[in-house]
Design a protein around this ligand. Structure first.
Ligand SMILES: [Mg+2]
Length: 174
């Protein structure tokens, strides 16, 4: 069986929606994902960057993120013909461990604990494919990077790009 490594944030968990909502509430703004095409919130609001980046250090931040549409169904289907691992660069936010683990248990109960990989540099991951929204993780990855579309990566090129989980299904199962 071929092995697929799958990122969490912005691939199966909707981090940006919650992050943007917190920002908009706090600063009385109404930014949308359209405003973040090709950039990041902390880059377009540099004076508030430290504050914006601090939201995700809240230990509970990751616990109630919305599940990306279609990810549960498609990962369940992929599990029948591929080895699946959820690979998250959780070392970048160590306070997130418990919330991320509980979130995975709640929303992906058909995966076992041994399919969760909380890691640092993803080049250590030995898989045939890595589905991720951050192209930096593809740099030293030995398999094929599949770029999952997110506002910040809109103008990245040179990778197979999937817009949503329907396209992931088509790529791997057709
Ligand atoms: Mg990500």
């Amino acid at each position: 069986m071929k092995r697929i490594a799958i990122d969490m944030d912005e691939v199966i968990a909707d981090l940006h929606k919650k992050h943007l909502n917190i920002f908009n509430d706090k600063y009385n703004e109404s930014l949308t994902p359209e405003d973040l095409q090709g950039t990041r919130l902390w880059k377009i609001r540099p004076h508030d960057a430290d504050d914006i980046l601090s939201y995700i250090d809240d230990p509970d931040f990751f616990r109630d993120l919305e599940v990306m549409e279609g990810s549960q169904e498609v990962i369940k289907e992929l599990s029948e013909s591929y080895e699946i691992y959820i690979t998250t660069a959780a070392m970048e936010h160590p306070t997130s461990f418990t919330a991320k683990y509980e979130w995975l248990k709640e929303h992906f109960p058909f995966l076992s604990d041994l399919q969760f990989v909380f890691c640092g540099n993803k080049s250590i991951i030995h898989a045939d494919y890595l589905i991720d929204d951050s192209p930096r993780h593809f740099k030293d990855f030995k398999g094929e990077g599949i770029l999952f579309s997110a506002p910040h990566n809109r103008y990245e090129s040179g990778y197979v790009r999937v817009e949503n989980w329907n396209e992931v299904r088509s790529f791997f199962l057709s």
